[in-house]
Design a protein around this ligand. Structure first.
Ligand code: AMP
Ligand code: ZN
Length: 110
């Protein structure tokens, strides 16, 4: 996807503050953190959002979710909130699937 900001980060055309990378997954600090720790975990493959996932893409989602726990351990998080916004009505602004890891001081309940 030529116009996708997260694809550009995957390709190294836009810099990021990387915390983890493997063959399928990249994780980096959110540029506008909403908590003490605010990381984004994305598939390297361009997938629009969880709502759009089909077929083999579920394998990528599964790998990504396993990686979330490894990243939490690596970053020594004692707990975290995991959010993925889906579509405009779900508050999604970047249309390349990403999972927000939020942690730090006690997060508000909802
Ligand atoms: P969402 O509203 O779920 O689509 O979240 C998009 C997130 O991407 C927001 O929290 C932004 O702060 C974050 N973001 C946008 N551009 C960048 C970037 N270049 N590097 C890191 N995070 C970004
Ligand atoms: Zn993309």
């Amino acid at each position: 996807m030529t116009d996708c900001i997260f694809c550009k980060i995957v390709q190294g055309d836009i810099p990021c503050n990387k915390v983890y990378e493997d063959e399928h997954v990249l994780a980096f600090h959110d540029i506008d953190p909403k908590a003490d720790t605010h990381l984004l975990v994305i598939p390297k493959q361009h997938i629009v959002n969880l709502m759009s996932v089909k077929g083999d893409q579920w394998d990528t989602v599964s790998k990504l979710l396993k990686t979330v726990n490894s990243i939490a351990q690596q970053e020594k998080l004692e707990g975290y909130r995991l959010i993925t916004n889906n579509g405009e009505q779900g508050g999604q602004e970047v249309f390349h699937m990403h999972w927000h890891i939020l942690a730090g001081t006690k997060l508000p309940g909802f």
